[in-house]
Write a protein that binds this ligand. Structure first.
Ligand SMILES: N[C@@H](Cc1c[nH]c[nH+]1)C(=O)O
Length: 320
């Protein structure tokens, strides 16, 4: 036993020792900004019923949850997401109208094979509940851009996509294989896929350009001229409108091939990238139907930073 006593389970990678003070500084600055903007800090419980996440079909497989069976014989999981419990909180407290929440804490997502990857994600995020449409999107995006200075990273890029665009496209294409091809941005697979279907000409051209439909706002203008479907056009126009109204938009780029990280996204989607992090340092988006699960119609939008990814990116950026 002696030689095993320093071993740790593969779910744990070692403690964060360096730069904890940097992490706390970032957290402090973000908290200050969120609270100043009217976001109420909440400390959410670490445990939720597995059924809550499953019934809301958020797109995180059950195998990714750390679970146990409690005394009631019900399965309980360590928190895998903050957005879902906050939607529950809003509905269970019978809230109405706009509510702004912010949070700092960990979510736990099991990796299949760990490959040195952590299963603990330290998130700092906000949820803006009850503010729909353009006004809500604008408030959220402005806040994202405002937070940039808190992160201490010199190089950041914010990518925007649209779940509305994605869902409509999936509906039109009506073949599951399309999703995987899109995720891989595999041009030759897309070509064979298109050839094996009888889509009309405009959809064919759209699908073939999609894997490379990322970049500055010009991508949106080009794609807008290319699509004929009303919903697809609307989704692109939403992004363009936001871009045109937002100040300090230099950091914004677009990706129409973005696939939703979470199944609950219904409108704009946001991802933050650092050249020094393989994984996104921020994820977010609009989720207008999540609260239907509680028989409520409440629009909402939010985002969360992955503080441990940011910390690692900072270390690498400094080295470089
Ligand atoms: N909960 C999402 C991020 C998010 C917050 N609000 C909306 N989306 C995630 O963990 O990726």
């Amino acid at each position: 036993m002696e030689e095993f006593k320093y071993l740790i389970p593969e779910e744990s990678i070692d403690a964060i020792m360096d730069n904890v003070s940097v992490l706390r500084d970032i957290e402090k600055d973000l908290r200050h900004l969120f609270v100043e903007r009217g976001y109420l800090e909440v400390l959410m419980p670490s445990f939720e019923y597995v059924d809550l996440y499953n019934d809301m079909d958020i797109g995180i497989d059950e195998e990714k949850m750390f679970q146990y069976v409690n005394y009631e014989g019900k399965r309980v999981a360590l928190r895998v997401d903050f957005t879902v419990p906050l939607a529950r909180l809003y509905c269970s407290q019978n809230e109405n109208g706009e509510k702004r929440y912010c949070y700092f804490g960990k979510v736990y997502r099991k990796e299949k094979r760990h490959k040195g990857r952590s299963s603990e994600f330290f998130q700092a995020g906000v949820e803006l509940i009850g503010k729909g449409g353009f006004a809500g999107d604008l408030e959220c995006l402005e806040l994202v851009l405002k937070t940039m200075t808190c992160l201490k990273l010199k190089h950041i890029r914010i990518e925007m996509g649209s779940a509305k665009f994605y869902h409509r496209l999936v509906e039109i294409v009506d073949d599951e294989r399309f999703i995987d091809i899109l995720k891989r941005r595999d041009l030759s697979a897309m070509k064979s896929f298109v050839e094996s279907h009888h889509f009309d000409q405009s959809i064919q051209t759209l699908l073939m350009t999609l894997p490379q439909a990322f970049g500055d706002v010009q991508v949106l203008y080009d794609m807008k001229n290319r699509v004929e479907d009303t919903l697809l056009k609307e989704a692109i126009e939403e992004l363009i409108e936001l871009y045109e109204k937002i100040p300090h938009r230099e950091l914004l780029t677009f990706d129409l091939a973005m696939t939703p990280m979470m199944k609950y996204y219904t409108g704009i989607m946001l991802k933050g990238y650092s050249p020094y992090s393989a994984q996104p340092i921020m994820n977010g988006g609009r989720y207008d139907h999540l609260m239907n699960h509680f028989d409520r119609e409440v629009p909402a939008i939010g985002f969360s930073y992955e503080l441990s990814h940011i910390l690692k990116a900072l270390e690498k950026e400094e080295e470089a």
